[in-house]
Design a protein around this ligand. Structure first.
Ligand code: ADP
Ligand code: SF4
Length: 703
C-alpha cells in the first residue's frame, strides 16, 4: 500500500470538546467515545455484502465508537422487497454479517445490528407469505400494494418471539456487540404494537400502554437473557408520531419509556417515521428532533442516543453538557464524513465535510442502488472502486492538469488531484468557487448547499500545488496556448428554454414576444414582468418546486404545472415530496398535475390533459420552463475539433466531466470529479473489464 497517502495534520483541539471523547458504558460493552453511527439503510444489503462491510469499516476507521447495520430482516415471513436490506433468515446469512463485524472491529468500533420484522410494512413480494401485524389492515407501503396484513394470534406472537430469539443468537455468533430491539419509524411490528392507530387489539397486547408495550418488553427481556453479559441491547423507539393524540405522542412515549426505564442497555430515540427523522435541510434545521427528545434522559439511568443531522461540534458538546444526549447519533453526517469523529479529535475542523441535508443518500435505498452522497463521492465505492474518503494514491507522473470550471466537478477533481500531488491549474470564468451550488444556494431553502463549495475551498487552501485563476473564461486558443498536457473540462450546464425535457423531445412552439425564462435566467437575477406566472416542471426533481416557491414568495400569482402526478415527483426518493407539495399549497401556488404544456404565446399558454389531450388556454404573463439542461460543451468541442494541434501544444487528453458531459445531480458532479482524479494515470482497464468490483451470488445445485 506504499502508493497510499493519508491526508491531514492533527492540531490541538479546544478542551471543551474533550467531553465528546469520553468512553461510554453501554451495558456490558464500552464505547470508546460518544460518536454513534445509528443504523442506516444504503441500498446494498444482501446484494453487496462485501461493499457494505468495507463501507462500515471505513466509518470505524474514522473514529465512530459504534457502527451499526441497517435494518436486518430476521425472518422470511417479513421482508421488504423491492428494497434491499441485510438479511438474517438462517445460518447462511452469518458469514456476510461476520465479514462486516470484522471490518468494524478492525477499525476499533463496536458493531451493532438492528434486527427488524417489518410486519405490516412489508408486502412480502419475494416470499409470498401473508404479512402479519397487530390488526387486519392494508400494508402500510407508499406504493399502496394490494396486500393486507392479517391480525397476529397468540401462536403468531409466540412464533415471532422465537424467531427474534433465533436471530439474536445468530447475531451473537456473527460477533455483534449491540443487538437492537427495533420499535421505531413505523417500520416494524413492535412500533405497530405500540401505536393505537395500528393496535386495536382487545387481548393482553392491546389497549392501555402497559399492554401495548408488553411485546416490546417481552422481546427485550428475552434478548437480554439470550446475550447475557456479552452484548448490549438497545431499544430504538419513536418519541412522537407527529399526529397529536391520533398516534404516539411525546407524553405517552415518555410514559412507555418510564415503564421500561432501565430494561434496555441504551435508548436510541427517533422522531416519527423516517421521512420526519431524516428531513432535508430545505425543511428542517440541524437538531429539529431536540424538543422531542429533551427529557428522555431523566426517565432512565441508561445512555441515550439521538440524531439531528449534527455537524456543529459546539452543539454536540452542549447536548452532552445539558444532559439531553449521552451519545451523538448520526447517519447522514457519518455518510458525508466517515472521519468526522477523528477530525474533531485531531482538531482538523477545516477538513470536515459537512452533510448538506439533501438526502441523495436516501435515494440509494429508495432506488435499490448503492448509496451515494453529494459531499462524499467515495461512499459505497470503498470496495467497488478502491476509493477512500481520506486517503489518495500518490501521483503516478509529474504531468500537470488544467481544470476548466470550478463547480462541484472541477473543485472535487482539483482537490483530489492536488492531494495526489499533481500540479493543478484551476481556471474559473467567475469570481467565486462553487459553480451551480453558489447559485442554487441562494434559492429558497437551499442555503446549506454552499457546504459543497466550502469544504473544497478549505482543502484547496491547504494545497500549494493547486493554483486558482478567477475571471478566466478560457477559449480553445487559451488552452492550446498553455500547453498543459491533461485538460478536464468542468464547465457545467445551462437550463434549456425550448421546452425539451422528459415529455417533449422536440422544441415546443413558442410564439414571438412570449416571455419565457429558465432557472438559469432566474438564478442570474432575471424575474418575469407581469403578475401571472406558470412554472412548468418536466424535470421532476427539486428545481421546479423551488422555482414555484420563489415565484410565490416574490408575489406572483403562480401556477405550478407538471405532466407528473404530483409536484417534484422524483423527490419521493429523497423523502421530500410531501413536504414540497404542502409548502407550495401553503404558499398559495396552484398545483396542476397531469398537465402537459403544448405551446406558449404572449400572455397565454396552451396546456392539455396528459390523459385525454383536451386542450385549454391559460392566461400567463410568463412561463418558467424547468425541463432539462444542455452541457456547456463549446470549449470541449472546439478542442476536440482541433485535435491535430494537440501534439504541438503538448496536450495529451481532453475530458469533459460532470454537467459539462451530461447534466445530472450535484452528487454526480462530485463523483465525476473524483473519478477523473482517481483514474488519472491508472492502469488501463482490460477489454470488457468492469470499472468496479461486482459480487456474484453463489449458485446452488440445479435441483
Ligand atoms: P458541475 O456541476 O459539472 O461542476 P457547474 O455548472 O457547477 O458544473 O460549474 C461550472 C463552472 O464552470 C462555473 O463556475 C462556470 O463559471 C465555469 N465555466 C464555464 N465555462 C468556463 C470557461 N470556458 N472557462 C472557465 N470557467 C468556465
Ligand atoms: Fe448529507 Fe446529502 Fe450526503 Fe446524504 S447525500 S449524507 S444528505 S450530503
Amino acid at each position: 500500500m506504499s502508493d497510499w497517502m493519508n491526508w491531514g495534520t492533527p492540531q490541538a483541539r479546544p478542551s471543551r470538546y474533550d467531553v465528546l471523547f469520553e468512553p461510554v458504558k453501554i451495558g456490558p460493552v464500552t464505547a470508546r467515545n460518544r460518536f454513534y453511527q445509528v443504523p442506516h439503510c444504503n441500498g446494498m444489503g444482501y446484494r453487496d455484502p462485501t461493499a457494505l462491510a468495507h463501507m462500515r469499516g471505513v466509518k470505524a476507521e474514522g473514529g465512530w465508537a459504534v457502527v451499526c447495520t441497517e435494518q436486518v430482516e430476521f425472518h422470511y415471513s417479513s421482508e421488504i422487497t423491492p428494497f434491499i436490506e441485510l438479511r438474517l433468515w438462517d445460518d447462511r446469512d452469518i458469514p456476510a454479517l461476520s465479514r462486516m463485524v470484522d471490518k468494524i472491529h478492525e477499525g476499533g468500533a463496536l458493531a451493532g445490528i438492528e434486527l427488524a420484522y417489518n410486519g405490516m410494512n412489508g408486502p412480502n413480494l419475494y416470499s409470498r407469505e401473508v404479512p402479519m401485524g397487530p390488526a387486519h389492515l392494508p400494508v402500510a407501503t407508499f406504493t399502496y400494494d394490494p396486500v393486507q396484513a392479517r391480525r397476529m394470534d397468540a401462536t403468531d406472537i409466540k412464533n415471532i418471539r422465537k424467531w427474534h430469539l433465533a436471530a439474536v443468537n445468530r447475531a451473537k455468533r456473527a460477533g455483534f456487540d449491540l443487538i437492537y430491539v427495533y420499535a421505531a419509524h413505523s417500520l416494524g411490528f413492535l412500533h405497530h404494537f405500540l401505536s393505537r392507530r395500528y393496535n386495536q387489539r382487545t387481548d393482553e397486547y392491546g389497549g392501555g400502554i402497559e399492554n401495548r408495550i408488553r411485546l416490546l418488553r417481552e422481546i427485550t427481556e428475552e434478548t437480554k437473557a439470550a446475550v447475557g453479559d456479552t452484548c448490549a441491547v438497545p431499544i430504538r423507539i419513536s418519541v412522537d408520531e407527529l399526529m397529536g393524540e391520533g398516534g404516539l405522542y411525546k407524553e405517552e412515549v415518555e410514559d412507555m419509556i418510564g415503564l421500561m426505564a432501565d430494561l434496555p442497555d441504551l435508548w436510541d430515540v427517533t422522531l416519527a417515521g423516517w421521512e420526519n427523522d431524516s428531513r432535508t435541510s430545505r425543511f428542517s434545521e440541524e437538531g429539529a428532533q431536540e424538543p422531542f427528545i429533551v427529557g428522555v434522559k431523566r426517565l432512565t439511568s441508561k445512555p441515550v442516543v439521538g440524531v439531528g443531522r449534527y455537524t456543529s461540534v459546539d452543539r454536540m458538546v452542549s447536548l452532552v453538557n445539558k444532559g439531553i444526549l449521552d451519545m451523538i447519533g448520526a447517519a447522514r453526517p457519518s455518510i458525508a464524513d466517515p472521519f468526522l469523529p477523528k477530525k474533531i479529535e485531531e482538531g482538523r475542523f477545516d477538513d470536515i465535510r459537512e452533510c448538506i441535508g439533501c438526502n441523495i443518500c436516501v435515494s440509494g435505498d429508495f432506488t435499490m442502488s448503492p448509496i451515494r452522497c453529494t459531499q462524499n463521492p467515495t461512499m459505497a465505492e470503498e470496495w467497488r472502486k478502491g476509493w477512500h474518503p481520506e486517503k489518495v494514491r500518490k501521483a503516478k507522473s509529474d504531468k500537470p492538469v488544467l481544470i476548466v470550471g470550478a463547480g462541484p466537478a472541477g473543485l472535487e477533481a482539483a482537490q483530489a488531484l492536488g492531494k495526489r500531488g499533481y500540479d493543478v491549474m484551476l481556471a474559473e470564468a467567475g469570481t467565486e468557487l462553487g459553480g451551480r451550488v453558489l447559485l442554487e444556494a441562494r434559492l429558497p431553502g437551499l442555503s446549506a448547499w454552499t457546504r459543497v463549495a466550502d469544504y473544497r475551498k478549505l482543502q484547496l487552501n491547504q494545497l500549494a500545488n493547486v493554483e486558482v485563476y478567477f475571471d478566466s473564461r478560457l477559449t480553445a486558443d487559451d488552452v492550446l496556448g498553455f500547453g498543459i498536457p491533461r485538460i478536464a473540462i468542468a464547465t457545467g450546464s445551462t437550463w434549456r428554454k425550448d421546452g425539451v425535457g422528459h415529455l417533449h423531445t422536440l422544441p415546443l412552439p413558442i410564439a414571438e414576444g412570449a416571455q419565457v425564462l429558465s432557472p438559469s435566467d432566474v438564478m442570474a437575477g432575471r424575474l418575469p414582468t407581469g403578475k401571472r406566472v406558470i412554472v412548468w416542471d418536466d424535470d421532476h426533481y427539486y428545481m421546479g418546486g423551488v422555482m414555484a416557491e420563489l415565484m410565490a414568495e416574490k408575489g406572483y400569482e403562480t401556477i405550478y404545472a407538471t405532466p407528473a402526478s404530483e409536484a417534484s415527483t422524483w423527490t419521493r426518493n429523497t423523502m421530500e415530496q410531501h413536504f414540497i407539495q404542502k409548502r407550495l399549497l401553503e404558499k398559495g401556488v396552484t398545483v396542476r398535475s397531469f398537465t402537459a404544456l403544448d405551446a406558449i404565446a404572449p400572455g397565454e399558454a396552451t396546456v392539455s390533459c396528459a390523459f385525454t389531450g383536451r386542450q385549454e388556454r391559460i392566461e400567463a404573463d410568463a412561463v418558467v420552463l424547468v425541463t432539462a439542461r444542455l452541457p456547456n460543451e463549446d470549449l470541449c468541442l472546439d478542442l476536440l475539433a482541433r485535435r491535430a494541434e494537440w501534439a504541438d501544444a503538448g496536450i495529451e487528453s481532453v475530458s469533459a466531466i460532470g454537467d459539462a458531459l451530461a447534466p445530472a445531480t450535484i452528487a454526480h458532479a462530485t463523483y465525476a470529479g473524483r473519478r477523473y482524479a482517481e483514474e488519472l494515470d491508472g492502469e488501463p482497464l482490460a477489454e470488457h473489464a468492469l470499472p468496479f468490483k461486482r459480487e456474484i451470488t453463489e449458485l446452488l445445485p440445479l435441483d
